[in-house]
Ligand binder design. Structure first.
Ligand code: FES
Length: 117
């Protein structure tokens, strides 16, 4: 087994899934939240919808509604910065939804994947 430098240690992904995640932008989520490895983020399927999720190194999931709070475009995962970036006017959000860069003023809506079923 040769380590792929683009996949963080501890990742338990098959090659196809890893490729989908490192591509960063997914047309539609192709993996389930359960398949997200520690240190990885991306659009995932959860509870019948597509949401944004990041699993930290301890296994905790931070999930957000990808609808940008500026004017409603869908944010994309930024693999190199671990952020959610909006393609429309450049707003950027942290994995917990907090605003990193405007013009958006409000954080992304947080989804509690433990409770909101
Ligand atoms: Fe996202 Fe404007 S809709 S920055």
């Amino acid at each position: 087994f040769k380590a792929n430098p683009s996949i963080k240690q501890g990742a338990k992904l098959n090659a196809d899934t890893a490729f989908e995640l490192v591509k960063g932008k997914l047309e539609s989520a192709s993996v389930d939240l359960e398949q997200l490895s520690p240190g990885k983020g991306g659009s995932v399927k959860w509870n019948g919808k597509t949401i944004g999720a990041y699993r930290d190194e301890t296994g905790k999931v931070l999930a957000v509604d990808l609808t940008c709070t500026h004017m409603g475009c869908e944010c994309n995962w930024n693999e190199s910065e671990n952020s959610w970036d909006c393609p429309c006017h450049g707003s950027r959000f942290a994995v917990d939804g907090e605003v990193l860069n405007g013009p958006a003023l409000k954080p992304l809506k947080v989804i509690d994947t433990e409770k909101d079923r």
